[in-house]
Design a protein around this ligand. Structure first.
Ligand code: GUN
Ligand code: ZN
Length: 443
């Protein structure tokens, strides 16, 4: 078995800096060696300690002026919306009608789906993201295209067919039964195949009848460890609509809970307009929220109360989402830049360590994958990104003024984006190399 060896500064987390002292959570090796075999990390520690254990003749790839991190985890993103990212002028409900639905209708064509999936996966890897929870469209062929591309790179991905049986154009509607049958076939084909996970994906309460939400709940019982993703309480007009559509439910979250959709591996996008009681329910049930700051600012949806959600008395699992195409970048560094500003506007201060935890191990925890991804540690899957501290002229100028690792990380997230990512590794394979300008299929 061949050994891959990477040398450079590295950071990772052993615990949650929202709950415990940040210094105790961080692992920082200024000169680390990471050994990888068969897709997994076999050793991680100071180069000086581990150089002895390097098998004879192993080539060591050294990254200077860089920080090696676990690959980023994006807990909420729509791959079919890549062709309309940056669409002008609307808030959520009008934006869906005017821009999203027409673009998603094109995924009836499997060739179009394959082309967009190929670009999307490459853009994720260019941004250093190695795992994402991805919405496809209502068309099963959009899911097929996505998982096919992910399997080529051997990335760990969570994705599913959108369920929508009302309040959408006819070409984008399924029925409760059709949505169930098509999802069941995709689960049989893809869930647990290599590194792919299936996610039951009702778009949001307004576009599913009660019958479809119940069918989604029934689907979740058909296989182990299925995921569920949807949107919740993103926009005030949306919340009012849900109240009118489901008068018999006590609140928005209850619409989903009543259908059996809330629990471990449920990922709820946004949650801006949730109440304290909803945070308590998320905590008690283990459901996660995806904080999508670039999207929330772009659509004018509101400010997510991250620190309230993460309150140590009843912490909710929270991951970071780009939510492209409402989000304006696939880079989690760009998301962190905006997350910091959202926190400022809610009177809180998001630290660099909390930020990098959110983008890595926090996201993995939100997805219940933190036993295998999100950290640099022995036995963890070797999903990594290499961040260039001198990626741009301004960063090259700014970095020497940093007085600590935290300063450097904060500058990375305020000035950095995809340009910072020098290389990305998935299951131990280099899948992206910025300086060689190439993507490499695994295997
Ligand atoms: N709510 C329902 N569908 C969507 C979507 O595609 N994007 C966002 N941001 N919110 C939604
Ligand atoms: Zn979304």
């Amino acid at each position: 078995m061949s050994v891959t060896a990477l040398r450079g500064a590295a950071i990772t987390f052993r615990d949650d800096p929202f709950q415990a002292s940040p210094g105790d959570c961080l692992v920082h090796e200024p000169d680390a060696l990471i050994l990888i075999e068969d897709g997994r990390i076999t050793a991680f520690g100071p180069y000086a300690d581990l150089r002895e254990s390097l098998p004879e003749g192993t080539l060591v790839t050294e990254y200077k002026d860089a920080i090696i991190s676990a690959g980023f985890v994006d807990t909420h993103v729509h791959y079919p919306q890549l062709p309309m990212i940056g669409a002008y002028g609307e808030q959520l409900l009008e934006w869906l009608e005017k821009y999203v639905f027409p673009v998603e209708a094109k995924f009836a064509d499997p060739e179009h789906a394959a082309q967009v999936a190929a670009v999307f996966l490459r853009e994720l890897l260019r941004a250093g993201t190695t795992t994402a929870a991805v919405y496809c469209t209502v068309h099963p062929q959009s899911v097929e295209a996505f998982f096919t591309e992910s399997a080529r790179f051997d990335t760990r991905m969570v994705a599913g067919k959108v369920l929508m049986d009302r309040h959408a154009p006819e070409v984008l509607r399924d029925t409760a039964q059709q949505g169930y049958d098509e999802s069941a076939a995709l689960i049989a084909r893809w869930h647990g195949r290599g590194r792919q996970h299936y996610c039951v994906t009702p778009r949001f309460a307004p576009t599913s009848t009660e019958a479809q939400l119940e069918a989604a709940g029934a689907l979740l019982k058909t296989a182990h460890n299925l995921f569920m993703q949807t949107h919740i309480a993103e926009n005030r007009a949306e919340c009012a609509w849900v109240e009118a559509l489901f008068p018999e439910r006590s609140n928005y979250l209850d619409v989903y809970a009543h259908a059996g959709l809330i629990g471990h591996r449920s990922v709820l996008g946004h949650g801006i307009h949730l109440a304290e009681q909803d945070f308590c329910t998320c905590h008690a049930t283990g459901a996660a929220l995806a904080h999508c700051p670039t999207s929330n600012l772009f659509l004018g949806s509101g400010l997510f109360r991250l620190f309230d959600a993460m309150d140590p008395r009843r912490p909710v699992r929270v991951g970071l989402g780009t939510d492209v195409g409402a989000g304006t970048s696939l880079s989690q560094l760009a998301s962190l830049n905006e997350a910091y500003k959202v926190a400022q506007l809610t009177g809180r201060r998001l630290s660099a360590l909390q930020s990098f935890w959110l983008a890595t191990l926090g996201g993995a925890r939100a997805l219940y994958l933190d036993d295998r991804i999100g950290r640099i540690a022995p036995d963890y899957e070797a999903d990594l990104c290499v961040l260039d501290l001198k990626a741009t002229p301004l960063m090259r100028f700014r970095m020497p003024f940093c007085e600590s690792l935290e300063d450097q990380l904060f500058v990375l997230m305020t000035l950095g984006d995809d340009r910072v990512v020098r290389a990305t590794y998935a299951a131990g394979h280099k899948v992206y190399d910025r300086d060689q300008g190439c993507f490499i299929y695994a295997g």
